[in-house]
Design a protein around this ligand. Structure first.
Ligand SMILES: [Zn+2]
Length: 661
């Protein structure tokens, strides 16, 4: 604010000089012209918007005087007269020459006697109040003086006052008529400078921005940079208001836990008189950055541009390609600019590692407190330091909300800005996982055929599609099926899909077949113990499954005798198998036949944690009832889904938001 006023003053000083050199005050329109021998040197050197008063007594100037008023609104009233000034006083002509921006104005005031008002030497008002004072109420449209080559905004107002009784009474105000414009914008960036939006008065214009849009659930922040009066409302609630009298033109606010759906943002902007007109604002999710750019190296005054920087990776706090200027708005001077970056993040209290690199000057603030500062020219090496974060007391329910501000300047040797901020405790794996579900068999390969003609290929496709739906609906993970319809897929193509997708888990889904008494759930992982299946058979016989015989292991389409490569992810595959088996047993409620070694091609010729799960015996009455039931298929799908999440969690992923139960 102070800065802009200083600049404006400088601007106007030049204009007033031009005015007096090129446009000395003519007063042909004044009825008192003949009385006054006006010479330009008689005009006191008054700052713009001052009033020059000339006192007359029947043809002679008796005194001149000036009175100062604010530039806008333009006001005039007489100073206190002393008796000597009033002796023989017949008339007073008060003149101001000042900048008046084009637009509609309201003229108001009060007088006693005879009054003529001239605007640019044209009579605007002529009126008389004989015994009681009269009010002035009139609007005027002031337009640029097109006959002038420069200073078209410099206008002259003359108040010619006579026939007053004893003490002259007059006051006059010229005030812009506020105009309000509605605009459908949310994130706003306008620099009107000393001007205004098209069609608006240069001062005192009002803009209302109303914008409705869809939001994802989460935390957001609002930021506002202006030297005038502006407010931001989120769903009718005021969240931000600027303070035009403060030197701090940047204001920010947090909008916690925004619900999914439509929200309305209203931004009111009221230009005040003088100075530059500018507003920059944005509402964006936590972790995004809002960057304000300045064409100076100290980030002072009003920004020339603003942008929202999105898609920062979790461990990199901020990355800006300042060196190539590829991410910098075009209005920013490439090798001579500074920037202020703002973001909010949720971070638990603890110790963090800060790393940063920037050319040239850089400063980093956490919750307003400086944590790094290197404000010197020249390229710099990567700097590393440790920062302790304690609970933020600003937010009663959300002590983990923290604000980061980064300031940089670039002058001689711009360098990319890079800031990373990592917890000293190993952070959970936030990588987006990819899962491949392999519905066994398909097409000409029906798999096992069970009670009532129930086909394995149909049962496992349905369960697989249910697993796919769960991942798609509940997680950001990528999920692929090796087949999504009843078609034959060669065995080698199934792990090949998982490998090509760089999947993190592969689950082949099958149903078992055997004697009518064989029953239960089992999950295989590829292992080096060739005796695994035999051992299981022994165990099975010990646990009352005397007639156990798994046909799956004898189906050549699943078990292939030779393989050039074997899956190295034995431990992870075993962990995955254990989690799925445990979830299946708990909810699907069939006999637990265990997680065990199996030498199936789809899990052996694979290169990632891979398992093959058997959903029960299609040849057993009780098992087949569940395999044929949509209800139980859903239970099976949910168990597999939960087992995969358990596995990812054991590997360091935060899956707490994706669980069903
Ligand atoms: Zn099968």
């Amino acid at each position: 604010m102070i800065f802009s006023q200083l600049r404006k003053h400088g601007f106007l000083t030049i204009l007033i000089c031009l005015c007096f050199i090129n446009y000395p005050l003519p007063s042909k329109a004044s009825p008192l012209e003949y009385e006054v021998p006006i010479a330009s040197k008689q005009i006191p050197e008054a700052p713009l918007a001052n009033w020059d008063m000339l006192f007359f007594n029947n043809g002679n100037t008796i005194k001149s005087s000036t009175t100062t008023t604010a530039a806008s609104p333009i006001k005039f009233s007489y100073p206190k007269f002393d008796q000597s000034q009033l002796n023989n006083l017949k008339s007073i002509r008060s003149t101001t020459t000042t900048m008046i921006h084009s637009g509609k104005y309201y003229v108001s005031g009060e007088f006693l006697g005879k009054l003529e008002i001239y605007v640019d030497n044209k009579l605007f008002l002529k009126d008389e109040a004989i015994s009681t004072s009269k009010k002035i109420k009139k609007s005027i449209l002031i337009t640029e003086l097109l006959n002038k080559s420069t200073s078209r905004d410099i206008h002259t107002i003359q108040l010619v006052h006579s026939n007053f009784q004893s003490i002259p009474t007059l006051n006059f105000t010229l005030k812009p008529i506020q105009q309000t414009v509605n605009l459908n914008e949310r994130d706003i960036s306008y620099n009107w400078g000393y001007y205004s939006p098209i069609g608006q008065a240069f001062d005192f214009f009002h803009l209302n921005f109303i914008h409705s849009s869809m939001y994802k659930q989460g935390d957001y922040f609002a930021t506002l940079y202006t030297d005038d009066l502006a407010s931001i409302f989120f769903d009718e609630q005021k969240i931000l208001e600027s303070n035009p009298t403060s030197t701090n033109m940047l204001n920010n606010a947090v909008i916690e836990n925004v619900s999914v759906g439509e929200h309305i943002v209203k931004t009111d902007y009221a230009d005040s008189n003088g100075g530059e007109a500018a507003i920059h604002s944005a509402i964006t999710p936590f972790s995004n950055w809002v960057a304000y750019y300045f064409n100076n190296t100290s980030s002072i005054g009003l920004p020339v541009s603003k942008q929202v920087i999105t898609n920062q990776s979790p461990n990199i706090l901020l990355k800006a390609n300042n060196e190539s200027s590829s991410t910098i708005p075009s209005v920013v001077a490439k090798n001579y600019f500074s920037a202020r970056y703002i973001t909010y993040k949720r971070l638990p209290a603890g110790t963090y590692h800060l790393e940063y690199k920037s050319g040239e000057g850089v400063g980093i603030w956490l919750d307003g407190k400086q944590i790094a500062y290197d404000w010197k020219d020249g390229k710099k090496p990567l700097r590393k330091l440790t920062v302790n974060i304690s609970d933020n007391t600003l937010y009663s329910n959300s002590k983990d909300i923290h604000q980061f501000t980064v300031r940089t300047y670039n002058r001689k040797s711009p360098q990319d800005l890079f800031v990373s901020f990592k917890s000293s405790i190993e952070s959970p794996d936030t990588q987006i996982k990819t899962i491949v579900i392999d519905p066994g068999h398909g097409g000409k390969d029906t798999g096992a055929i069970g009670i009532g003609g129930l086909k394995e290929k149909d049962v496992v496709l349905d369960v697989s599609q249910r697993v796919e739906t769960l991942f798609n609906d509940l997680t950001p993970y990528n999920v692929y099926l090796t087949r999504s319809k009843d078609i034959f897929i060669p065995l080698n193509q199934r792990p090949a899909l998982a490998i090509s997708k760089k999947a993190h888990a592969f689950v082949s889904i099958h149903a078992n077949a055997g004697s009518s008494s064989a029953s239960g759930l089992e999950t295989y992982y590829y292992g080096i113990k060739s005796s695994a299946i035999n051992k299981t058979n022994i165990n099975a016989s010990k646990t009352n499954y005397p007639t156990f015989f798994s046909k799956e292991s004898s189906i050549t389409s699943v078990l292939e005798p030779t393989a050039s490569k074997t899956n190295p992810y034995i431990t992870d595959s075993k962990t995955l198998a254990n989690f799925i088996q445990k979830r299946m047993v708990a909810s699907y409620q069939l006999q637990d036949r265990g997680a065990k070694h199996g030498n199936f091609q789809v899990i052996r010729s694979n290169n990632l944690p891979a398992v093959l799960t058997e959903l029960g015996f299609i040849t057993n009455k009780n098992d087949a009832n569940k395999l044929g039931s949509p209800y139980w298929r859903q239970i099976a799908a949910e168990a597999i889904y939960m087992g995969i999440l358990d596995f990812f969690e054991s590997k360091g992923s935060d899956v707490s938001g994706y669980r069903l139960y």
